[in-house]
Design a protein around this ligand. Structure first.
Ligand code: PAF
Length: 298
């Protein structure tokens, strides 16, 4: 695996890689886990060459968020990507990505202000900006993102459409720990006690799944069920429990035509997110069925 750190070298190397055929990209902030590796494997199955980027993007963190302390595990990440057979890793520093005096940003107003965008003002401007820059540097035909960041996917789909990027966004299923917790680089912040408490996000979504399976589609009923799971829980602060259109992130009154059911909560001082898409029911990676477990953790 080649590791490059400058934009110029990367542009040249990607141009050469594209001679092999379809180029797939997996943008990450490192601290790689099985969720990221599932994106890499999917990209490898669908593309002729795969590029991964590792860049902890300062512009998507607000003041007081965890930019400084975000887990940085570069050597371990490289070993995982090397073992996975990735062709090229882009690992620029902040000055390489944002030259002094750079003032151009990508805004996705509306969608970018909903769900996590409402709780973390400016977050999706930082995400859209860095992903647009990565797309310009790598020029992949396909880019792979995890469905756990459902609002991020909606924002990036809108950006790709609005700015005419000739790139297909591939949203990949959430990968879960054996007990159901959605994998996240931030899970490592959790104390053993909060690791247990964090299961509440998955439990709330499972409660909704049961209602959906029994035929309930009214969002107000489903939302009440979500809220009741979080009510009175010690050391958990619900940020949002939303039932929305997965493309616009606007609330829907009924889920019969497909909806994103998304939750975000602070568990101690760690903010976690999780979601399900009703269109995909039965949700093979939410219900911990044997087949899925074997496939994911083999
Ligand atoms: O999902 C992430 O890890 C980041 O938001 C991304 C897409 C790599 C942009 O920094």
């Amino acid at each position: 695996m080649r590791i490059l750190t400058t934009v110029r070298e990367m542009q040249l190397a990607c141009r050469n890689l594209k001679r092999k055929g379809t180029l797939g990209m997996v943008p990450t902030m490192g601290a790689l886990h099985e969720g990221h590796l599932s994106l890499v494997r999917r990209a490898q199955g669908e593309c002729d060459a795969v590029v991964v980027s590792i860049f902890v993007n300062p512009t998507q963190f607000a003041a007081g968020e965890d930019y400084e302390t975000y887990p940085r595990t570069f050597d371990d990440d490289c070993a995982k990507l090397e073992a996975a057979g990735v062709d090229l890793l882009f690992a620029p520093g902040p000055d390489e990505m944002y030259s002094p005096g750079s003032t151009t940003f990508v805004e996705v107003p509306g969608i970018g202000d909903r769900l996590d965008g409402a709780s973390r003002p400016g977050h999706f401007c930082g995400v859209a900006t860095v992903v647009a820059k990565l797309f310009n540097i790598v020029s992949p035909q396909r880019a792979y993102f995890g469905q756990k960041d459902a609002a991020q996917i909606a924002v990036l789909r809108a950006m790709i459409r609005d700015l005419d990027f000739p790139i297909e966004l591939v949203a990949c299923p959430i990968v879960r720990e054996p007990d159901g917790l959605a994998m996240s680089s931030r899970n490592r912040y959790l104390s053993p006690q909060n690791r247990g408490r964090a299961l509440i996000l998955h439990q709330a979504l499972q409660t909704v799944c049961q209602l959906l399976e029994s035929g309930e589609t009214r969002s107000n009923v489903l939302q009440r069920a979500l809220l009741s799971v979080f009510a009175g829980q010690e050391d958990i602060r619900l940020d949002y429990a939303a039932i929305v259109d997965p493309y616009t992130l606007l609330p829907v009154a009924d889920t019969a035509r497909g909806a994103l059911i998304a939750v975000a909560a602070w568990v101690g001082s760690t903010r976690l997110i999780d979601n399900i898409l009703t269109e995909n029911l039965p949700i093979e990676n939410l219900n911990l069925q044997q087949g899925w477990m074997e496939e994911t953790h083999a």
